[in-house]
Design a protein around this ligand. Structure first.
Ligand code: SAH
Length: 368
């Protein structure tokens, strides 16, 4: 019987060292191979020229280097790019790259679908399929780097990674924490912990655990200043209400991260966007290490919510600022390709570019 090969993508450094120890190799082999994978973007053992030929051929026998496959690529008029990666046949997950002047942010998924059922999010409509493995999570970053290429000075174009794609990262804790490790490891992607942001809807026990296992930047999807409304918008609030969530957040900010936490607040017309609600929100934030990021709601088919008018969003921000609370308005990017926040749905339903082998072609998928 042949044993399953170990996928070396997705092994954090300690596990990679253990893998080489079992082969009777020195721990520095782990660092060498991680540099090939994550720094050089090489996914072929035979190209790893500082490993002996015999080790390379042994690795090819017992290990593999496997990341998901890109099945659809879309490019927005604002240069945002979205890739759909194939998962188990009909399913897909989406990864979005958002270029800005001084940085390039990659928005990655942590699950196929989501269990949380937030009423304003299109991912919720597809239900939950499964957790992504660590290799599938960091594979998104690896693929984006490959697709985008490197800058002429050798720097990478993806400078920031946010877990704001499909899924709830803290509900896939077991695979997300090793991914955070690889993203921030000097021999992995080498990103500063401030450039890696985990976004959560508020799984409080897991948030408390996160503080013990890592210290990346944190974003929390708050969306409402009181429990009655948050229960409707983010149903996990019924289990972990705002007070409990905020206690865990302030602890994380003070004891773990040492900096401000971002609170995401989706602006829904007539639902959570009144000046009175802004004042309530300011009361929760005042004097605390929290800043608010207002996200104009991005509509999707079947939703009954509407985006707040610009004037209401600006007024809301003004109330927060006047109360001494830091607040910004998120610029909506990529909405012409359904790549904006909350629009990721993992459906192959567009006339778009599809990758077949190495060629990109224009086809109609499920034309309606
Ligand atoms: N489950 C995690 C990460 C995914 S969502 C979380 O809840 O934080 C990333 C952000 O996009 C969250 O703040 C989410 O609430 C927001 N979002 C979801 N649907 C949206 C929509 N339709 N328009 C704008 N933002 C949305």
């Amino acid at each position: 019987m042949t044993e399953a090969r170990t996928n070396l993508f997705g092994l954090p450094r300690q596990q990679m060292e253990a893998f080489f120890a079992e082969l009777g190799e020195k721990p520095f082999r782990a660092r060498q191979i991680m540099q090939w994978l994550y720094r050089q973007g090489v996914d072929d053992f035979s190209a790893m020229t500082d490993l002996s030929k015999s080790l390379r051929s042994r690795l090819a026998d017992i290990a593999e280097l496997h990341v998901p496959e890109i099945i659809v690529e879309q490019r927005s008029s604002d240069d945002t790019r979205k890739w759909m990666l194939g998962m188990d046949g009909a399913q897909g997950i989406e990864t979005v790259f958002i270029p800005e002047t001084a940085r390039g942010t990659l928005c990655i998924s942590s699950q196929v679908g989501c269990v949380l059922d937030c009423s304003f999010c299109s991912t919720a409509q597809q239900g939950f399929n499964r957790n992504l493995s660590t290799a599938e999570i960091i594979g998104q970053v690896w693929l984006a780097n490959r697709e985008l290429g490197y800058r002429p000075d050798g720097d990478r174009i993806v400078t920031n990674v946010v877990f704001m794609g499909m899924g709830e990262p803290l509900a896939n804790y077991r695979n997300v924490v090793p991914a955070l490790d690889i993203l921030t490891d000097d021999f992995g992607f080498g990103l500063s912990r401030r450039r890696v942001t985990l976004s959560t809807s508020g799984l409080v026990p897991m948030l408390e655990r996160l503080g013990e296992d890592c210290n990346v930047a944190l974003a929390v999807s708050l969306h409402a200043p009181d429990n009655a409304l948050r229960n409707q918008l983010v149903p996990i609030n019924r289990k972990h209400p705002i007070e409990e969530l905020l206690d865990a957040c302030w602890h994380y900010a003070d004891e773990v991260y040492g900096r401000f936490i971002t609170f995401e607040y989706v602006m829904l017309d007539g639902v959570n966007d009144s000046p009175a609600q802004a004042r309530d929100l300011a009361r929760l934030m005042r004097g605390r290490p929290g800043k608010v990021n207002l996200i104009p709601f991005n509509p999707f088919p079947g939703t009954h919510y509407r985006r707040s008018p610009v004037a209401a969003i600006e007024k809301f921000r003004e109330v927060l600022l006047q109360a001494g609370v830091r607040a910004t308005i998120r610029k909506t990017r990529g909405d012409d390709i359904d790549a904006a926040c909350g629009q990721l749905a993992g459906r192959v339903n567009d006339r778009t570019r599809v990758r077949l082998g190495k060629k990109m072609i224009q086809i109609a998928v499920n034309p309606s």
